[in-house]
Design a protein around this ligand. Structure first.
Ligand SMILES: Nc1ncnc2c1ncn2[C@@H]1O[C@H](COP(=O)(O)OP(=O)(O)O)[C@@H](O)[C@H]1O
Ligand SMILES: O=C(O)[C@H](O)[C@@H](O)[C@H](O)[C@H](O)COP(=O)(O)O
Length: 198
């Protein structure tokens, strides 16, 4: 029996992480975890007030998501997380080596339109520019794939699942040792890099 992947569905606010993440988890038969549930209340308050998060705001959030991902290693799971910068993804990989990233990518106008129509969410559409400014797309040495979001959610999910199937077994890593605090503002850390499949 194959080893299930732990998948991070990433991208800017409104790109479809929650929508596609839930569908992908159902498709794979694994649990889904929602990034917004991992924020300290202060982060929600800051974004609700119209201010973007900075690196230090995101540290406890990334660590909580990383801990969930680590708990699913070998079992499988899907978690949403904007994971906008490479150094954020390195932090997640340090906690849970072997993560597969699905970057949901779309242009600003398309996503702004979806955010404008989304109801009952704390994230103001006015923060979208800052999300795009911060975004560092997946690099070719990162284990993952990029899927355009100008399609129906079911089709996006199929494309993500196909990329995952093509990626084979998750890379085997020893259980990570506790890491010293990484400096998000610093240069890349020494996290082992997985072979990219995108
Ligand atoms: N592929 C899609 N086509 C049309 N609307 C979408 C698509 N994916 C998501 N949406 C809608 O766009 C909005 C943002 O999606 P959501 O999943 O909440 O994004 P995120 O979790 O990345 O912030 C929601 O109202 C959702 O229903
Ligand atoms: O700034 C970030 O790192 C992210 O934007 C993150 O904070 C998250 O995306 C928000 O909680 C909004 O939630 P959605 O991405 O679901 O809109």
């Amino acid at each position: 029996m194959s080893t299930p992947h732990v998948v991070v569905v990433m991208g800017v606010s409104g790109t479809g992480k929650s929508t596609v993440g839930r569908l992908l988890a159902d498709r794979l038969g694994v649990p889904y975890a929602e990034a917004d549930e991992f924020h300290p209340p202060a982060n929600i308050a800051k974004m609700s007030a119209g201010s973007p998060l900075d690196d230090s705001d995101r540290e406890p959030w990334l660590d909580a998501i990383g801990a969930w991902a680590a708990s699913r290693t070998g079992l499988g799971g899907v978690v949403s997380c904007s994971a906008l910068k490479r150094v954020y993804r390195d932090r997640l990989r340090a906690a849970a080596p072997g993560l597969f990233f699905v970057h949901l990518a779309g242009d600003r106008e398309l996503i702004a339109g979806r955010l404008a129509r989304r109801e009952d969410h704390f994230m103001p559409g006015a923060l979208l520019d800052s999300q795009f400014t911060t975004l560092e797309p997946l690099r070719c040495d990162e284990h993952g794939t990029t899927v355009p979001v100008m399609a129906e959610p079911a089709e996006i999910t199929e494309r993500a699942a196909a990329a995952l199937a093509g990626a084979g077994e998750p890379p085997v890593h020893p259980r990570p040792h506790p890491q010293p605090e990484a400096d998000l503002a610093g240069t890349e850390n020494s996290t082992e890099r997985s072979r990219g499949s995108n």
